[in-house]
Design a protein around this ligand. Structure first.
Ligand code: FES
Length: 355
């Protein structure tokens, strides 16, 4: 077994090896590295995502997708759903071909099964949010030394939209410590309950849900409702984890244009200089560094634009700034002035180095 060495903060060339229709709205793809040996395997923590770069209409676009496969296998698997106006997702569903080269940035993210959790967990998902929790469930079940009791609750619109349905049924039939329930908006043609995952439904499915650790992933509205339900049911929120694409609030004071001085500061300009590229642009004080770097045509990758994926990491070598997210950055990197450009606000003239 030979662990794949991910380049640091640089995209690696991967090949789409297989692609198949998972549901009417979703495809699954497997990816292998362009230069990998037959014994190469990929290391990541179940729940993490990769950042995928794909050329669409002549421009490389980057997006983050959770991995649904297990670590230490010789391919990575993703499941991607068609979304309204989703340039990259819809391209993958409609046009990505087996054999096509894509760019991949190494797995990242704090939503993973390595977070502290008890002996009993609940994995809650809706739609394509099933991908990271599927990776968690499969990995825990395949570990013969693991004894975690897993309650897997998934919500979908209708039976044919339940991603990995057959595989889930097989897992439920094979493992006593894996319990499956599915809630459908339209349950026609199935034995599943119809409706929404209310507090009562959660409790009915899993009577000890409040005593479990929870991992939640799905659309924003679903996640907000489930978090509220779990809180109301009395769950200890120290053991509640969710895949959130909303950046954390800034811990630093921000420029607020509510008096004359602040207004002047908010409207004032600062220069952003990137010596390695001889690029310089003017930007508003308080604006996001990523916008200035893109305006300066510096080749920075911004996949999530929410301070999650780490793809936009760079270093501010001079000047003042605030940060709204420091996810993926180590304390050492923070001390050295590394920032996530999408989550960094310019507060004075700055000089920037791409890492
Ligand atoms: S684009 Fe993902 S952290 Fe900045």
């Amino acid at each position: 077994m030979n662990k794949y060495e991910w380049p640091d903060n640089q995209p690696a060339a991967f090949i789409c090896q297989r692609k198949w229709q998972e549901t009417p709205n979703c495809v699954s793809v497997t990816l292998v590295a362009d230069n990998q040996n037959s014994d190469t395997v990929f290391d990541f923590i179940p729940g993490q995502f990769i950042t995928l770069g794909i050329e669409v209409e002549g421009k490389t676009e980057y997006r983050a997708y959770s991995l649904s496969s297990m670590p230490n296998q010789n391919e990575l698997q993703l499941t991607i759903k068609r979304v309204d106006g989703g340039k990259v997702s819809n391209y993958i569903v409609d046009s990505l071909q087996e054999g096509q080269i894509v760019s991949v940035l190494k797995p990242a993210g704090e939503f993973h099964i390595g977070q502290p959790h008890g002996e009993r967990i609940v994995l809650l998902s809706a739609g394509c949010g099933i991908t990271p929790v599927m990776s968690m469930a499969k990995t825990l079940l395949s570990d013969k030394t693991d004894t975690t009791d897993i309650y897997f609750i998934h919500a979908a619109t209708e039976l044919e939209q339940v991603i990995y349905h057959q595989e889930l049924l097989e897992m439920a039939a094979s493992y006593e410590r894996f319990h499956l329930d599915v809630m459908l908006e339209n349950a026609q043609g199935s034995d599943y309950l119809e409706g929404r995952l209310t507090q009562a439904a959660l409790k009915q499915y899993c009577s000890d849900i409040a005593e479990r650790s929870a991992f939640l992933c799905g659309p924003v509205g679903f996640m907000a409702a489930m978090k509220e339900n779990l809180q109301a049911l009395g769950m200890n929120m120290d053991f509640f984890y969710q895949e959130s694409f909303t950046p954390a609030e800034s811990e630093q004071p921000k420029v607020v244009a509510n008096d004359a001085e602040n207004k002047a500061q908010a409207l004032s300009q600062a220069s952003v200089f990137v010596p390695a590229f001889g690029a310089q642009v003017e930007a508003k004080v308080g604006s996001a560094l990523i916008d200035a770097l893109e305006a300066a045509k510096v080749p920075v990758i911004a996949a999530c634009r929410s301070g999650i994926c780490g793809s936009c990491k760079c270093k501010v070598t001079k000047g003042e700034f605030t940060r709204t997210s420091t996810a993926t950055l180590t304390q050492e990197e923070l001390d050295q002035g590394f920032v996530l450009a999408c989550s960094c606000q310019i507060e004075s003239d700055v000089e920037v180095a791409l890492s």
